[in-house]
Structures are given as structure tokens and as C-alpha cells.
Write a protein that binds this ligand. Structure first.
Ligand code: HMG
Ligand code: MG
Length: 307
């Protein structure tokens, strides 16, 4: 991985999670055709990794029940990877049949969150992921891992960094090509995040780590910058700052993709993402949802073009 002198990578991968993390918490069902139109707009804006949906229980997350329709309906753009969340073999098989290019398994660093989110302990979740990884490996499907609650849990409060490192390490050893570290409830602040990353990076190299920051306290963009300074080169974000986890009370959206791109453009970091079509994609889904984009950059640029 190449670095500027300051340690900031020259290129960064953005994983757009708006269609999944962004929409999973919406109470009103968003029709599959709107999700498909959003995904196609995001791909046209230059996002090459898009988490399109989740093959989870529709009883647990009704918004993702149209997973297969969404995946099948997308007009695929060459070079774009369309991923899906899969908590178990049932989800993996459905995602594979639906044409997911990549799947993501999701664990937590806190026991209470693991129970609330996927109804099992951390150890049980890792055991459930073993056959998913084996099947994906046989099928040639890349698997990404998530660890939730990396700087705090809505139920357990403080989460020891050793737990984050140990779950992230286990996911890599099991065969994930990358682990995304989730600040599920946005309680991270730059120094806290850097301390966590430095310790986790002793177990998993920074090249295999990604940052997934929710913006509950407005710290997400600061946490992205703090992580960049340690050489992190992959970040998850949601267009228009959509989102929140249904099993993390009070969790607000992911860091907005527009805001991350604005920061990275200003730092001279390559992402392959174009701001104008990205803003239009955010405007499209925000209009559908009937509320303004949570992205500060989207608001600023809209008011500057309006005035
Ligand atoms: P369970 O109830 O323990 O599962 O749920 P089960 O195996 O006993 O099955 C119960 C029922 O669910 C059965 O159906 C299964 O067939 C069905 P029934 O016989 O009752 O009709 N089922 C499924 N259906 C569809 N797809 C599947 C599936 N698996 C079982 N894959 C389970 C366990 C994991 C399924 C459930 O807890 C679940 O779906 N949880 C998902 C919760 C979720 O999606 N959370 C949000 C995503 S994670 C997140 O947002 C955090 C992240 O963004 C990072 C961060 O911010 O920290 C990634
Ligand atoms: Mg999340």
C-alpha cells in the first residue's frame, strides 16, 4: 500500500452500504424498484463496491425481504461488486442463487449485541460462519467480515479492545479477505478509535481492515480522518447518511458517502467516485424518503446552487 508522507493512503476503497445498512431501519417498506434505481445510480457515480441487500430473516428485518428481487433487478455495471449480508447458510445459499458477487458475515465484539442482533453468542456465530466460508471458498465468492460494537455497545457499554482484536483475527483466520470494524452506535472519538485500531492492527494488518462509522454524535468524519492517518484505506459509508441498525437503539446513519468523498478529494486521495452523480443519487433517495439528506456536503452544495 502506498502512502503520503503523513501516512494517508493515496487511494481508498469506499464500500457503499446505503442500500443495506442505510435502508434496513426504514419503517416504511421501500419498493425494490426504488432500491434498484438507487443502486444503479450509485454504480454510475463510480462506487465499485455496493452492499445491495441482506439475506437475513424477513421476520427480523422486513425491509430486506425483497433481497432476491433487488439483486436480480439490478442492471449490472461491469467492474462493480454487488454484495449481500448473510448470517448463516440459509442466507448464503439464497444470496448465491440471487447472484451476489460477494457476501458479508457479521459478528460482534460484545456478547449482548450478538444475542440481540443474530440471536446467538459470539462463539456460536463464528461456528455458524464456518460452513458459509467453506461454501463461499468452494464457489469462489469473496467473504467480508464485520465486527460490530468496536468502541462501545448499546447494552454492555464498554467493550474491551482485546475482544475486537480477537473477533477480527478469528474472521481473518477463517478466510475473510477484509474485516470492517463497526462503530455501531457512533460513540467513537478520534483518539479512542486510533487506540482501538493500533491494538487491532497488531492482530490483523491495516490492509485488511476497514472502518464503518455511524454518525450518532457527529464524530464519524473525524473518525475517518483519524483512521486515514493510521493508513486505513477502506471505509464504509451510506449515501445521504442514511441508516441505523435495528438492533442498536439510538444508532443513527452511517457517515455520509458525500462527506467522505469531499474529505478524500480535498486530501488528494483517489476513490473513483464522482461527486455530482453521487449527490444526485443522494437527492433521489432523500426525495423518495421525504427528508433532506443527512450529508452536510449535500446540504451545502444544494444551498450554494440554489442561491
Ligand atoms: P433465529 O430466529 O435464531 O434463526 O434468527 P433460526 O435459525 O432459529 O430460524 C428462525 C426462522 O428464520 C426460520 O423460519 C428460518 O427459516 C428463518 P420459520 O421456520 O420461523 O419460518 N431464517 C431465515 N430466513 C431468511 N434468511 C435467513 C434465515 N435464517 C433463518 N438467512 C438470524 C437468527 C440470524 C436468522 C436472525 O437473527 C437474523 O436474521 N438477524 C439479522 C439481523 C440483522 O440483519 N441486523 C442488521 C444487520 S447487522 C448491522 O447492521 C451491523 C453492521 O452494519 C455493522 C455495524 O454497524 O456495527 C453490519
Ligand atoms: Mg452499520
Amino acid at each position: 500500500m502506498e502512502h503520503f508522507d503523513g501516512g494517508i493512503p493515496r487511494t481508498v476503497k469506499i464500500v457503499e452500504v446505503g442500500p443495506r445498512d442505510g435502508l434496513q431501519n426504514e419503517k416504511k417498506l421501500v419498493p425494490a424498484n426504488v432500491k434498484i434505481a438507487l443502486i444503479e445510480r450509485l454504480a454510475n457515480a463510480g462506487l465499485a463496491a455496493i452492499e445491495a441487500t441482506a439475506f437475513v430473516s424477513p421476520k427480523w428485518v422486513p425491509q430486506m425481504a425483497d433481497n432476491a428481487d433487488v439483486l436480480r433487478g439490478i442492471v449490472r455495471k461491469p467492474g462493480v461488486r454487488y454484495a449481500a449480508l448473510t448470517p448463516n447458510m440459509k442466507g448464503y445459499e439464497a444470496a448465491r442463487n440471487g447472484g451476489a458477487d460477494e457476501v458479508a458475515i457479521f459478528a460482534a465484539a460484545s456478547e449482548a449485541f450478538s444475542q440481540r442482533n443474530i440471536n446467538c453468542s459470539i462463539a456460536e456465530s463464528l461456528a455458524r460462519f464456518e460452513p458459509v466460508l467453506a461454501a463461499a471458498q468452494a464457489d469462489g465468492v469473496p467473504v467480508r467480515g464485520y465486527v460490530s460494537c468496536v468502541v462501545g455497545c448499546p447494552y454492555d457499554g464498554n467493550v474491551p479492545i482485546e475482544n475486537v482484536a480477537s473477533v477480527a483475527g478469528a474472521l481473518i483466520e477463517m478466510g475473510c479477505y477484509e474485516v470492517s470494524l463497526g462503530d455501531t452506535i457512533g460513540v467513537g472519538t478520534p483518539v479512542k478509535v486510533q487506540r482501538m485500531l493500533q491494538q487491532v492492527a497488531r492482530r490483523v494488518p491495516m490492509e485488511k481492515l476497514a472502518g464503518h462509522f455511524h454518525d450518532t454524535y457527529g464524530m464519524a468524519i473525524a473518525n475517518v480522518h483519524a483512521s486515514l492517518q493510521l493508513g486505513m484505506a477502506a471505509f464504509d459509508s451510506s449515501v445521504a447518511g442514511l441508516g441505523g441498525c435495528p438492533y442498536a437503539q439510538g444508532a443513527s446513519g452511517n457517515v455520509a458517502t458525500e462527506d467522505v468523498i469531499y474529505l478524500l478529494d480535498a486530501l488528494g486521495v483517489e476513490t473513483g467516485v464522482d461527486m455530482a452523480p453521487l449527490l444526485a443519487a443522494g437527492q433521489f433517495i432523500s426525495s423518495y424518503l421525504g427528508r433532506p439528506a443527512a450529508s452536510k456536503v449535500a446540504r451545502a452544495l444544494r444551498s450554494s446552487t440554489a442561491s
